[in-house]
Design a protein around this ligand. Structure first.
Ligand SMILES: [Fe+2]
Length: 299
């Protein structure tokens, strides 16, 4: 049975961080997000009209707490719950109190069974009255999250078969780029091959190439470790820059991305597994690239 529910978009990522104050300062003063709420070991940040696009959660170990996708409607959410149960996943509805605390409508959570990837589906994120400040960078949106896994084909196939993701492109055996159909962006979720299941990187799309150039100088001035780029990704055509947050989790700024129509989209391309398939400009990532970010353990 194919997934019969529609995604609206990748809405937010929740990260576990070891020093909330330091990491909050990094995401506000260097990345350029706006804080909307700070309380009880948690901070909500945004890069658009939403209440949050990033949640920071104080924890003993850094890592990925969950990825939140917004669906189009309450009907989609209910269909998703039934579909996940049919696929042998174990979705659980969020209680009303938590939804209210998150400034979201109803939602459900589950883990991808093969890898433990923690996911949330929900509807109706609260929108803020004030526009996003764009004080440091004209961030357009939380662009995508990429996760690593030892068995890329198995994870890719199950996300496509069970969760309705559509393949946009793949660098053979290295990374697969998936869009959350019918959202038009080339990828909201990526799967990279690595030695374990963990976070690979979190991406913010910016609206101008100058935002990437200014970030480069801001990062250098603040002695933030740059781990890949600036360069240009052939699969999506975007200009990229990767750097590390205070816990060593990898963050990306990028500019430009192909969009796909809901019907009649081109077929996915398979690119050879060579460095030029990831950077037209021939750059290579450093050893610290995409190393940190275990999934929060269940329970
Ligand atoms: Fe990326």
């Amino acid at each position: 049975m194919t997934a019969d529910y529609r995604y609206s978009r990748l809405a937010y990522v929740a990260l576990n961080v070891t020093d909330l104050g330091r990491t909050l300062a990094f995401y506000t003063d260097i990345v350029g997000l706006d804080a909307t709420e700070i309380a009880d070991g948690q901070a909500a940040l945004r890069c658009g009209p939403d209440h949050h696009n990033v949640l920071l959660n104080r924890a003993p170990e850094p890592g990925l707490k969950r990825i939140g996708f917004e669906l189009e409607s309450e009907d989609d959410l209910e269909r998703a719950f039934r579909h996940l149960e049919c696929c042998g996943y174990t979705p659980a509805w969020l209680d009303a109190e938590e939804c209210a605390a998150l400034h979201q409508g109803p939602g459900l959570r589950f883990r991808h069974p093969g890898t433990g990837l923690p996911l949330e589906y929900f509807i109706d994120m609260e929108r803020m009255a004030e526009p996003f400040g764009a004080r440091l960078a004209r961030i357009a949106r939380l662009g995508h999250v990429v996760v690593s896994t030892p068995d890329l084909p198995a994870m890719r196939d199950s996300l496509m078969r069970d969760l309705g993701f559509v393949l946009s492109d793949e660098v053979d055996g290295m990374i697969a780029f998936l869009r959350c159909f019918p959202n038009p962006f080339h990828h909201s979720l990526g799967i990279a091959r690595a030695d374990e299941n963990r976070l690979h990187h979190v991406n913010f799309m910016v609206t101008d190439i100058d935002d990437v150039g200014r970030a480069l100088n801001r990062l250098k001035k603040n002695e933030v470790e740059i781990v890949y780029g600036p360069g240009r990704h052939p699969p999506s055509g975007s200009i990229f820059l990767y750097f590390l947050d205070p816990d060593g989790m990898t963050v990306e700024f990028s500019f430009g991305m192909e969009e796909f129509a809901e019907t009649g989209a081109r077929a996915p391309r398979l690119m050879p597994p060579v460095p030029e398939s990831l950077d037209f400009w021939g750059g290579l990532p450093s050893l610290d690239f995409a190393r940190v970010g275990r999934y929060e353990s269940a329970g």
